[in-house]
Write a protein that binds this ligand. Structure first.
Ligand SMILES: [Zn+2]
Length: 115
């Protein structure tokens, strides 16, 4: 029920940001890291359901997936990790060990409002 909680939090925050009660939310952008484990279809489904009868009904939810990075401990070579499960433990340049960084972000990036 991870996505249900996120959808609710996103909606609550967006509604609180409304300048007045006649305004409507037309689009919301959420940024989620690949490691945050957010299923887009699932999040959109909950969001659309929760939005009913609120100022955000019919709003478009955009999910921007932020990559994580593999950084070599030896040479600092940085590679993007797209969350596909194929984590390279070793650096392709020098064979050193990689560490994983980032990809855990989860935040409301923007809210588009129409009044
Ligand atoms: Zn390296």
């Amino acid at each position: 029920m991870h996505e249900a909680a996120i959808a609710q939090a996103v909606l609550d925050t967006a509604l609180e940001a409304l300048p007045d009660k006649d305004s409507r939310i037309t689009a919301i952008t959420v940024v989620a890291g690949v490691l945050a484990g957010v299923e887009e279809e699932c999040l959109t489904a909950y969001f659309n359901e929760l939005c009913k009868c609120t100022a955000a009904e019919g709003a478009c939810l955009r999910l921007v997936i932020e990559p994580a990075h593999l950084i070599c401990k030896e040479c600092d070579k940085q590679t993007n990790y797209a969350g596909d499960g194929r984590l390279a433990l070793q650096c392709s340049a020098c064979g050193g060990f990689n560490r994983l960084e980032g990809g855990k972000a989860l935040y409301l990036d923007s809210v588009e409002v129409e009044s």
